[in-house]
Write a protein that binds this ligand. Structure first.
Ligand code: UD1
Length: 362
């Protein structure tokens, strides 16, 4: 183990926001199979039942050993509260390794705590770069990677990014994508027919998720986005499980004022991926959904000027789109239909959790 603590060395996982949970689940499971003692921290960054608890149930995650209960706030409030709570927990339990996931505020807060307490740190999903410093996630990624001792990467571009930043190759482990482990492990549970019935959808529909600050925080952006989504809904029914972040602004901008737009609360993992699996097209500004659509072979239009996941474009079904051209791109994707074959990124084979656990045990 990186901490040199032997086979009884203790691993602490830090999770907190919705996208962390499907990434942590296969790593926790694989370490349990190797009898590695583990503790699970939930920072409480996400706290609604449908943003957190439903994932623990559906993915069979162990109960967190502690929930720091930090909740929402400004970046400094949230990051600082996580650091204070986590520092106390880490001093009490003296882990040999802390594992963090993805690029959320819980990730960077835990990385800072580990570095200051000189606890070895592993980062799952290291090396992704959008090169867009206006994204809070980009700050979180770069800082976390700079502090990490073990960098578990999901794609070759991430290895190159870390190399360009001077990261020593000995620290980098190309392991594949643990979120795709979770997708493949649950593939038989994703039932598009059940999703159609549950949400009253016709055969052909679009699933959209919208929550990036750059798309939903300012009224002018929200209005432009609503216009683009309504132009999509002129062609096809649209299901939008709406993240709480965008609810107020998109509501004020009249997102629900179209007969073919169906806005629902966030839904659980199985329901959501079932709906994506049956969709003609996915429209999103999320990171993870670009990857999930790639494996499911569903055309994905990403409403962003850049992506930290270029492998989903070179090897998958993803394409970056502007709001102004979204409706045309949806029309083209509907006309082209689903791809029958498409390349899959290397090592996205359901074994990433096992590879990470083996590297941790060393
Ligand atoms: C966070 C991540 C983002 C990720 C997203 C996935 C950061 C900087 N951003 O963004 O990378 O894509 O999670 O969901 O960490 N809220 C609720 N209930 C909850 C959680 C949040 O209502 O359970 C609302 C609150 O109004 C809160 C807002 O959503 O202020 C934003 O939550 P926050 O965790 O700060 O960021 P996200 O937008 O969720």
């Amino acid at each position: 183990m990186a901490g040199g603590g032997g086979t009884n060395a203790l691993v602490v996982h830090v999770t907190g926001a919705r996208p962390n949970f499907p990434k942590a689940a296969p790593v926790i499971r694989a370490l349990a199979e190797l009898d590695v003692p583990q503790l699970l921290v939930h920072t409480g960054q996400h706290y609604d039942e449908r943003m957190s608890e439903v994932f623990f149930r559906e993915l069979d995650l162990p109960r967190p050993d502690v929930n720091l209960g930090v909740g929402s706030g400004t970046h400094a409030e949230q990051t600082g509260s996580i650091m204070v709570g986590l520092e106390r927990f880490v001093i009490e339990h003296t882990p040999d390794l802390i594992i963090v996931y993805g690029d959320v505020n819980s990730t960077v807060a835990a990385a800072l705590v580990a570095a200051k307490l000189q606890i070895p740190l592993a980062h799952v999903e290291a090396g992704l770069r959008s090169f867009d410093w206006s994204m809070p996630e980009e700050v979180n990624r770069v800082v976390t990677d700079r502090l990490a001792d073990m960098l578990f990467v999901t794609s070759p571009d991430a290895i190159a990014n870390l190399g360009n930043e001077g990261c020593h190759p000995n620290k980098i482990f190309f392991v594949g994508n643990p979120m795709i482990d979770t997708l493949l492990a649950n593939i038989d549970r994703f039932d598009p027919e059940a999703a159609r019935r549950a949400h009253g959808l016709p055969d052909k529909y679009v699933v959209a998720t919208l929550h990036r600050p750059a798309n939903v925080d300012k009224p002018a952006d929200a209005q432009a986005l609503v216009k683009a989504m309504h132009a999509v809904a002129d062609q096809v029914d649209v299901l939008i499980p709406l993240h709480p972040r965008g609810r107020a602004r998109l509501g004020e901008a009249g997102l629900d004022r179209h007969s073919r737009v169906r806005i629902i609360d966030p839904i659980g993992y199985v329901d959501f991926i079932s709906a994506v699996r049956g969709a003609a097209v996915v429209v999103t500004d999320s990171g993870g959904i670009q990857e999930e659509a790639t494996i499911l072979g569903v055309p994905c239009l990403t409403l962003r000027p850049n992506t930290e996941r270029p492998v989903t474009i070179t090897h998958g079904t993803n394409r970056l789109v502007m709001r102004e051209s979204l409706a045309d791109q949806v029309a083209a994707a509907l006309a082209a239909g689903r791809p029958t074959t498409w390349p899959v990124p290397p090592l996205w084979d359901g074994q990433a959790g096992r590879r990470i656990a083996e590297a941790v045990v060393g």
